[in-house]
Design a protein around this ligand. Structure first.
Ligand code: CA
Length: 222
């Protein structure tokens, strides 16, 4: 299943930030840019991200301090650093960054590192939870109050996609393309039927909202 990763870029040098955003968006990532550490911390409270690209020298709160804030959220971090010294690189990794990249860098290197970190992180992620649902990604099972729920493979993929992208507006086309791994032909029937069945089977009617004309959103709050 293709992941539609949501990346937070924390970098105060706007040309660098814009360049990263443009290139990641070309690859199908969703990007949000913030330009100081406090704004980043605020946004991390409000939204879910799959990856943070984090500059070290930032106004307000620096990257090292912000990293200690991000760690409990279990979001992988790649440091963007102008500091090429061994000591700085080791400090970042010791603090728990997944990787670092030294500025100036080639975009191809950035993309490669982003993909490696996301793959590694998702591979190590074995269990997802959403309220009373426990999703085991290895066994591909879903349980609710210790009862296993019988889902078809596509219903399972759909549920995982919603939970990984909870609280985000998901357009029909992107859901279809991520779960069916093929381009959406505009026929919404297949997707609607699967969502209808998923809602019934796992009892997430209250959380899985249909948004007029745009798509769906799985709300973590009721
Ligand atoms: Ca900086």
């Amino acid at each position: 299943m293709k992941a539609q990763a949501n990346v937070l870029i924390v970098e105060d040098e706007i040309p660098i930030s814009d360049l990263i955003k443009m290139n990641l968006e070309d690859e199908g990532f969703q990007c949000t840019c913030v330009y100081d550490g406090l704004a980043a911390a605020d946004l991390l409270e409000e939204q879910n991200f799959d990856l943070v690209l984090l500059d070290i020298m930032l106004p307000q709160v620096d990257g090292y301090e912000l990293l200690s804030y991000i760690k409990p959220l279990h979001i992988p971090v790649i440091f963007l650093t102008a500091k090429a010294s061994l000591e700085d690189r080791v400090k970042g990794l010791n603090l728990g960054a997944e990787d670092y990249i030294v500025k100036p860098f080639e975009i191809s290197e950035l993309l490669a590192r982003v993909n490696v970190v996301l793959r590694r992180f998702h591979k190590s992620e074995k269990i997802l939870a959403f309220h009373d649902l426990i999703i085991d990604l290895d066994k591909r099972t879903v349980t609710q109050n210790n009862t296993t729920i019988d889902l078809t493979p596509k219903e399972f993929d759909l549920l995982v996609y919603f939970v990984r992208n909870k609280d985000m507006v998901l357009h029909r086309d992107s859901i279809y393309e991520a779960v069916w791994e093929t381009e959406h032909d505009g026929n919404t029937r297949t997707l609607e039927l699967h969502i209808q069945r998923l809602r019934k089977k796992v009892g997430i009617e209250k959380h899985l909202k249909t948004l007029y004309k745009s798509g769906y959103r799985l709300d973590s709050k009721e």
